[in-house]
Design a protein around this ligand. Sequence first.
Ligand code: F6P
Length: 363
Amino acid sequence: MRRIAINTGGGDAPGLNAVIRATVLAATNRGWEVVGIENGYAGLLPDAEGGLVPLTPERVRGITHLGGTILGSTNRRNPLEWERRQADGSIERRDRSEEVLEAFRRHGLDALIAIGGDGSLHIAADLAEKGLPVVGIPKTIDNDLAATTLTFGFLTAVETATHAIDRLHSTAESHQRVFVVEVMGASTGWIALFSGLAGTADVILIPEIPYDTEVVCDKVAERERSGRHFSIICVAEGSTPVGGKVTMKTVPAGRERLPRIGGIGSLVADEIAERTGKETRSLVLGHLQRGGPPNAYDRLIALRFGAAAVRCAAEGNFGCMVGLDPPHVRAVPLADALSEVKSVPLDSDIILTARAIGTSFGD
Ligand code: F6P
């Protein structure tokens, strides 16, 4: 092993820079050279945005606590389905994986440390099947990757959402209002569950438990009767009413952008206002949850993942992902990590705790 590459793909998450620093330091301490591929895989393709940047210990100095990624990231540049807009406005998709493999050989790269969530690690797994020596590192604020107890970025997002809910309490109480806070999480409810419980939301709505609006309104009414004239509802963006569908954000025509989950918060707020007559407001925390410095725990997981990925490369263990299995960090086959979306188990202690203290899930 002489020269390895790192890239960061998908939505950014707090802790990316900490992983980059740990990887670079652990690799250079073994005498390896490290380069960063900018903007996912784009930096390997001559006509795309970015290139390769040398990552020396000096370059990664002082970045552990910084949000974002010094390499740039994208959730729209899949080399296996590279999109190009045609003259007539239609989108052409083509597989450019051979070009990626060829660029890898041309630059004398011996391994790739791919830091990403579900989408980016699927790309990494496909490239691994085509012969690229890859080690994956699980990143996402959503915490929805299997084969790891936690993904880095998640706990910082939970902290951001919890602080937001804390701040809403005073306004909700002063104005005797209902507040609906929509948090991210894609098709899972990890962020909503953790931040809703920590922030003492009265109702937590998650995709794993379809809700009944009537039950949500009953909870608001019950609080009203007991003299609590405000309520906080924490809703995961992927939540659905019983028998309903996931709400998708509308994408302006002609924009090269994936349709995104989101918008459920205002629907829930409108229904509560209509049915209870209470003044109700909604807010979407959105990308605030992805930004800012990683908390101490995310820094630690990120640093451990970076060092563990370098150990895997040194052992020639490729096609794997490092995952947290407390107190260990272990390598698991990428296929295992991608075999399913890690949803919140309905019998998890955290759900039992919330139910035991009277939190409603709208069911
Ligand atoms: O997967 C991370 C995530 O932040 C999800 O929670 C969210 O649904 C999505 O990405 C938002 O993506 P974008 O940055 O493209 O709006």
